[in-house]
Write a protein that binds this ligand. Structure first.
Ligand code: ADP
Length: 296
């Protein structure tokens, strides 16, 4: 279990990236969902011991992560947003090198480990390929292989599915879910479907603050009967946004379709629809953006 308490961070330019974050993350896949600039990477980098918070604590079971960074790094697998690799090096050689850096000094043990990892992420057949020839999905899977060296107790994956085609994305997420059965996996993303498909628990973060922590299913259930859908003309859109609590607008065959949050029917032509995680997410973002209007 990863236990985060009262974590805050203000950058030198005055941006408050984390505001008093407290969060318990058990084994399994945990989705950290938030828009760009919400503070996700700051939180991920802090947990990964790559930067210090101004205050607060992080414990992984009995390990004090911020006080004992060396030990924390031994227990941690980190797949950053931009995972740089040497394009001319083969997958096998690169992974062997990473394993060496992580302290697997015995050559025989390292060889076996590299093979096991490449098989696990389905890249064994590609072991002699240079990393520069890998697709985005293959690079991400290679990233997971390197993050798994040393059997970490905590794996951090920052924005992993951006730019992947649907098949690559599926493959990658299935792999993560498999890995996530035994350890804590934090998946930071701004893509709601990544969380819906995979994560039994989640948090929504906006402007450095946690807005919601819990199970996606429960959060969705809390909106039951309160999400309404209507197909409207483009001319009506501005008025609709002004008068109603619009969660999202989507073009369907060129025509705007709005989702509105309301305890009763917002008006003629609206039909109640089963809520989804996107409704939960946009609802929280709206509340984060307009706390005063909401309170009134
Ligand atoms: P996310 O990963 O959710 O997009 P970040 O943690 O990258 O969010 O950023 C949170 C806020 O902190 C943003 O406003 C961003 O501009 C700011 N920020 C991030 N890194 C730095 C930095 N090194 N110096 C100053 N501001 C930063």
């Amino acid at each position: 279990m990863l236990v985060i308490r009262d974590l805050s961070k203000t950058y030198a330019n005055g941006v408050q990236a984390l505001r008093n974050i407290s969060l318990d993350i058990p084994n399994g896949m945990f989705g950290l969902l938030g828009p760009n600039g919400a503070g996700k990477s700051t939180l991920m980098r802090t947990i990964a011991t790559l930067q210090d918070p101004d205050c607060g604590s992080i414990h992984l079971d009995d390990l004090d992560v911020l006080a004992d960074k060396q030990a924390a790094r031994q227990s941690l697998g980190y797949l950053p947003q931009e995972f740089g690799v040497y394009p001319k090096v083969t997958a096998e050689v690169m992974l062997d090198h990473f394993a060496m850096l992580k302290g697997v000094v015995d050559a025989k043990e390292r060889k076996a480990l590299v093979e096991a990892l490449l098989r696990q992420v389905n890249l064994w057949e590609k072991r002699y390929y240079k990393l520069g020839t890998f697709s985005g999905g293959m690079r991400r899977r290679f990233g997971i292989a390197q993050a798994l060296i040393g059997t970490p107790r905590l794996i951090i994956v920052d924005e992993p599915t951006a730019g992947l085609d649907p098949e690559e994305r599926n493959r990658f997420l299935n792999l993560l879910a498999e890995v996530g059965e035994k350890v804590v996996v934090i998946l930071s993303t701004h893509i709601v479907d990544d969380v819906t498909d995979l994560c039994p628990r989640m948090a929504i973060i906006a402007q450095g603050q946690l807005r919601l922590v819990g199970e996606p299913r429960e959060a969705i259930r809390s909106l039951d009967g309160r999400v309404w859908r209507k197909s409207i003309s483009k001319d009506e859109l501005a008025a609709c946004r002004e008068q109603l609590n619009v969660l999202s607008t989507r073009l369907v065959a060129g025509q705007p379709v709005v989702h509105v949050l309301s305890d009763a029917s917002p008006g003629e032509g609206f039909a109640a629809v089963p809520p989804n995680l996107e409704d939960v997410y946009f609802g929280e973002l709206r509340r984060a953006a307009a706390p005063i209007a909401q309170a009134a």
